[in-house]
Design a protein around this ligand. Structure first.
Ligand SMILES: Nc1ncnc2c1ncn2[C@@H]1O[C@H](COP(=O)(O)OP(=O)(O)OP(=O)(O)O)[C@@H](O)[C@H]1O
Ligand SMILES: [Mg+2]
Length: 283
């Protein structure tokens, strides 16, 4: 029986539509979007600025209303939950944002920030102060920080370290899904790789599912099992990560790849030519 439950995707989004604005200003930012994330898998969501990536992430976290379609998490339709279920399922979906500077309260110690999700956790998940301290220590070491980090303030850490703290915070309530919205875009290239590796490790070790959002196909490639490419609120392509990266079918995906910086100038020129050809084709 439990096998059957495990085979059901952890997250199933179908025909999702999200609107912004009201009255005449109302417009659909995301339309007919569908994908699934199995237990313990990572889905990369890519597209350029304004494509609707964060909107989808917010819908999955229950932060924007769903205008059409359904989002099922652990087999439950998120639109049809009681208050208690909403709280319980909310704790199992966490988020890591792009900006490690603004996502941590500068006036609070790291320890206070890490314990915060526990203070507002639904009762069955509530931990004693002792348990919270132990968990904090274990997670700080898990993300590669010293235990005394808990007594320090965000300003005392680098961007990469702050993002490690944000990852530790997202793990405090033992979530099953983490929405990572451009988690490395604000970091230096060398630090990006470290934080990506940490996320991949944590994902594997804890059997988590990730919805990994980025405008950069090369960033999502290695961490994702599957990739969904979004343009103007619509899915233009989806498939296994290696396939989408190496043999992109949609011209938009090809252009996205072509716009990513490439260290090899010759390769870069080829891609530039391909992009120009595509632009001409589209008129
Ligand atoms: N709160 C809002 N009110 C009105 N329109 C919004 C709001 N948030 C986003 N939008 C619009 O919805 C569309 C999708 O925005 P979204 O933030 O999801 O894009 P994104 O893919 O995350 O872009 P970026 O890469 O810049 O973060 C855009 O056209 C944006 O202007
Ligand atoms: Mg965004």
């Amino acid at each position: 029986m439990s096998d059957v439950i495990e085979q059901e995707p952890l997250l199933a989004v179908s025909d999702l539509g999200v609107d912004y604005g009201t009255g005449r200003r109302r417009h659909r930012a995301v339309e007919d979007v569908g994908f699934e994330i199995p237990v313990g898998r990572t889905l990369g969501l890519v597209g350029e600025s304004g494509a609707g990536k964060s909107t989808i992430g917010k819908a999955v976290l229950g932060l924007v209303p769903v205008a059409a379609g359904t989002i099922r998490f652990e087999g439950r339709d998120l639109a049809r939950l009681s208050r208690r279920e909403r709280l319980a399922l909310g704790a199992r979906r966490q988020v890591v944002f792009q900006d490690p500077y603004s996502s941590l309260d500068p006036t609070r110690t790291i320890g206070y920030t890490l314990a915060e999700p526990c203070r507002s956790a639904p009762r069955p998940d509530r931990m004693t102060p002792q348990q919270i301290t132990e968990r904090m220590g274990a997670l700080l070491s898990r993300v590669g920080l010293a235990p005394d980090a808990a007594e320090r303030y965000p300003a005392q850490f680098s961007g990469g370290q702050r993002q490690r703290i944000a990852i530790a915070r997202s793990l405090m309530l033992s979530p099953r899904l983490i929405v990572c919205d451009e988690p490395v875009s604000a970091l230096d290239l060398s630090v990006q790789a470290e934080v990506l590796n940490l996320l991949a490790e944590v994902q594997r070790d804890l059997g988590l599912s990730l919805l990994f959002i980025s405008h950069d196909l090369t960033v999502v490639r290695h961490i994702s099992h599957e990739i969904v490419v979004l343009r103007g609120g619509h899915v233009v392509e989806r498939g296994p990560a290696d396939r989408v990266y190496e043999y992109p079918e949609d011209p938009y995906t090809q252009a996205l790849l072509a716009s990513a910086p490439v260290p090899d100038p010759e390769q870069q020129q080829l891609r530039r030519d391909a992009r120009r050809a595509l632009a001409e084709q589209e008129g």
